[in-house]
Design a protein around this ligand. Structure first.
Ligand SMILES: [Zn+2]
Length: 263
């Protein structure tokens, strides 16, 4: 099996998980390299320290290789050169083969800014797909992915975001209901009961109709530490407990909490 470098990008803590948490859980379990990048710390809808730590716990639960949490201001994202450059930095850092992000039609301007910036930053990436959240409107999926075997794990994953637990879209019914609806609509197979669906913004197919990668070689883990990381970004490396604890850029949960509280 070809190992893919998968990068999921979201404006706020919990966006990625709502949109493609099931796909990421399965991808990590199947040996793909999973990277996550959240642009804000969600201060408009809760305590940013708590929300950052929820994001850190969530990426660990998923089995992600790396998580980056940026420090753009919540509800203030707009399409500009800074946002594009920052996303491009992360794309290069993990040598992404496929990117999952927000859809182009979205009622939240932060989400629209992220997908538009990602399309420009990821212009050389062969595959970019949009994920669907329970609140997404006017979503027209072309791609369906079976998450029947991990839907319970996805619900457990979303429960990590306890600071947002009062929101209706984070209830298990919203996630299960959407997944069941898409499974029925997909008509893939009667035994498939839960599906995450996606819109294709860009897909590159090889001769065997497999997704193209950025390189033809079967990659080893990218050497992400070779590129200097902007100071604003928190980086969590889950691959190696040693590097997670030792590297100055890879902090433990408690170190991150105290660092955030000092700001
Ligand atoms: Zn969001």
């Amino acid at each position: 099996m070809r190992t893919m470098n998968i990068l999921a990008i979201g404006a706020h803590p919990d966006d990625i998980e709502l949109g493609c948490g099931g796909l990421l859980l399965k991808s990590a379990r199947n040996g793909h390299n999973v990277f996550m990048y959240t642009l804000t710390r969600g201060s408009a809808a809760g305590d940013p320290v708590q929300r950052t730590n929820e994001q850190i716990e969530s990426a660990k639960f998923i089995g992600a290789d790396m998580l980056w949490i940026d420090n753009f201001e919540d509800t203030k994202l707009s399409l500009n050169v800074e946002l594009i450059n920052r996303i491009e930095h992360i794309i290069k850092r993990c040598q992404a083969d496929v990117i999952y992000t927000h859809p182009l039609i979205d009622t939240h301007h932060d989400h629209r800014a992220v997908v538009e910036a990602t399309l420009e930053a990821g212009r050389s990436i062969p595959n970019i797909l949009s994920y669907e959240m329970p609140v997404t409107k006017d979503f027209k999926p072309q791609i369906y992915y079976d998450v029947s075997d991990v839907i319970d794990d996805k619900i457990e994953l979303l429960s990590i975001f306890s600071s947002q637990g009062h929101k209706m879209f984070l209830t298990s019914n919203a996630t299960r209901g959407l997944a069941q609806y898409r499974a029925l609509q997909s008509r893939l197979d009667p035994t498939i009961t839960s599906v995450e669906s996606f819109e294709a913004l860009k897909l590159g197919l090889g001769t065997s109709l497999q997704l193209l990668t950025t390189s033809n070689e079967n990659k080893s883990k990218p050497k992400t530490t070779e590129i200097p990381l902007p100071d604003e970004i928190i980086e969590c490396n889950y691959v190696s407990e040693e590097s997670y604890l030792d590297s100055s850029k890879c902090r433990t949960k408690n170190q991150i909490t105290s660092m955030l509280e000092q700001r």
